[in-house]
Ligand binder design. Structure first.
Ligand code: MSP
Length: 526
């Protein structure tokens, strides 16, 4: 079964920031999870490279727009590879094949009678690349500002081509009534309010904007950046050997199963895009998930405040696992979240180093010492009635359900709780005391087996959230063929098999323990 998942296509007006990394990391976790479940995943990310914002950025940097796009998109590509993002595609909207797909799409929409000429008047935010007429701060202001960017809006009065969105009022109403389409639920209400006010046609072309795809048959018009960018999700699905053809794309994993985006661009994905697709006779994505925004120590991140968290710096300082853990474990996916340095250190140290890392480390040390460096005989621990087996079974079922709902926090907490249960069990059983009596050695073997087996399940459950740490845990447990969810599971029941209690093989050699994660010292309050 196919599973297509997309991140937004990021604007190349600036370098990647933590906001873009957040969406991409969460999407990566979902992509890995779906692969482990045996689905043939198509994970798309990329860059959105046209429009006024990009043109102006290039002008300010005294380079051509194309040069600027090449440079910044390369930074994105490089960043994702450093984060070991498992994307299958990286689409750039300046790809020549994309131009052809946009033209084909437009011709379909035009043939459906949904393109009309009109005059566009209104206040425009270049930073948002959006008309703001329904969102401006104050009617009285002579020159209103954008409430998001605090930049002056620009008055536009020009002939544009319009997409007949109003024609799709009923179909969009029906679509957003589908309880499985927009997530999280509170954001669905925002969209309902917007749609209930009545949908207006929106302009899909610009005049006097050279940095865009020319509209076929309409001299002097280039496509509005959003019209072109959304179609990028389709172009991305083409294989390198495919000719650029919309009819082929629909066989390559369209419709998307999910678009993961930030809450600020939900309207484009849940209203404009579905209507465009309806007009072009293409299927609608199954789900749109609008996550929240990140702040830092309670403050909005911005250049002027000088508090932007650079994902590259975070990676250099802490590595992949700690950042993934913090973002996915601490912030309810869908709600806004705050990055706090102290809490970051505490969670990494308590959860990963102390609870999970230590559990494995001390269990391995004892096992190796008393059972000749290998997995001890299981005896009673193999029984599914063992308290840790029961705990593991519950944790597996909750984690899988949570991952289906993109509830990364619940999944992470559940896995962590399983590790805590194993720690408690170990402390209660105190094998270090029991081992002093020779006749209790088999009991000790059982206890240690049960704890190692729980740690193995913790490791396998963790794959989507912390693939790297998981692989280290797997290796420490002597598992040779490790899994990280980056590749399609050829055997789609493989993960399920790994998630069965009692899979750790008695007598298997256990390597010498090394710390799986370093503790963080709080060196700065900044
Ligand atoms: N180019 C459009 C998307 C086109 S998709 C066909 C765009 N790009 S963007 O680079 O401005 O934003 C990309 C994503 O980053 C958006 O989903 C946005 O919500 C997200 N974020 C931007 N700042 C953010 C935070 N501070 N926190 C979390 N996500 C944030 O929009």
């Amino acid at each position: 079964m196919n599973y297509t998942i997309t991140t937004p296509l990021y604007y190349v007006n600036d370098r990647p920031h933590l906001g873009s990394a957040y969406t991409t990391l969460a999407s990566d976790a979902l992509a890995r999870y779906q692969r482990l479940r045996g689905r043939s995943v198509m994970f798309v990310t990329g860059c959105d490279e046209h429009g006024q914002k990009i043109q102006r950025t290039a002008e300010a940097a005294h380079v051509s727009p194309q040069e600027n796009c090449n440079r910044i998109s390369e930074e994105y590509r490089h960043l994702w590879s450093r984060w070991q993002i498992s994307n299958d595609r990286f689409i750039r909207t300046t790809d020549p094949r994309h131009k052809i797909i946009v033209e084909q799409f437009f011709r379909r929409v035009e043939a459906a009678g949904d393109i009309i000429e009109g005059q566009q008047q209104g206040w425009y935010c270049v930073a948002c690349e959006e008309f703001k007429d329904d969102k401006i701060d104050s009617e009285e202001e002579e020159r209103p500002q954008c409430s998001i960017h605090r930049q002056y809006l620009e008055w536009r009065d020009e002939p544009n081509l319009f997409f007949r969105l109003s024609h799709y009022q009923e179909q969009i109403e029906e679509l957003i009534r589908n309880p499985n389409f927009i997530f999280p639920i509170n954001r669905r209400r925002e969209i309902e309010n917007f749609v209930n006010k009545g949908l207006h046609d929106f302009s899909i072309s610009r005049v006097n904007l050279p940095w865009g795809i020319p509209v076929p048959g309409h001299q002097g018009h280039t496509f509005y950046v959003w019209f072109d960018a959304l179609i990028g999700y389709l172009t991305a699905l083409l294989r390198s050997s495919d000719p650029p053809d919309l009819d082929i794309i629909i066989k390559r994993g369209w419709p998307a199963n999910i678009h993961i985006i930030g809450k600020d661009i939900l309207r484009f994905h849940a209203v404009y895009w579905p209507a465009m697709l309806m007009s072009a006779g293409l299927e609608i994505p199954h789900k749109v998930f609008g996550h929240g925004f990140l702040t830092r120590e309670g403050q909005k991140m911005g250049k002027s405040l000088g508090n932007i968290l650079n994902p590259e710096t975070l990676l250099d300082q802490y590595g992949r696992d700690p950042v993934r853990w913090y973002l996915l474990r601490d912030i309810p996916f869908g709600e806004d979240g705050d990055f706090q340095q102290q809490r970051f250190n505490d969670l990494v140290n308590n959860d990963l180093a102390n609870t999970i890392g230590n559990l494995l480390n001390r269990t391995l040390s004892m096992t190796r010492r008393w059972f000749s460096n290998s997995v001890p005989p299981a005896d009673t621990a193999i029984s599914v009635n063992h308290p840790l087996a029961e705990a593991a079974l519950t944790a597996i079922s909750i984690t899988l359900q949570a991952m289906e709902k993109l509830d990364f926090r619940c999944a992470s907490e559940t896995i962590l709780k399983l590790a805590i249960d194993a720690n408690i069990f170990l402390n209660d059983q105190a094998p270090w005391s029991k081992i002093k009596e020779e006749k209790r050695k088999s009991e000790v073997a059982s206890d240690l087996y049960a704890v190692l087996e729980t740690t193995r399940i913790v490791a396998f459950l963790l794959i989507p959230i912390l693939p790297e740490l998981s692989v280290r845990l797997q290796k420490q447990l002597g598992i040779e063929k490790t899994l990280d969810g980056a590749e399609v599971c050829v055997d789609d029941s493989l993960w399920d098999l790994h998630l069965r209690w009692g899979n750790l093989v008695e007598g298997n050699p256990l390597p010498e323990p090394t710390p799986v994660i370093a503790r963080l010292e709080l060196e700065t309050k900044k």
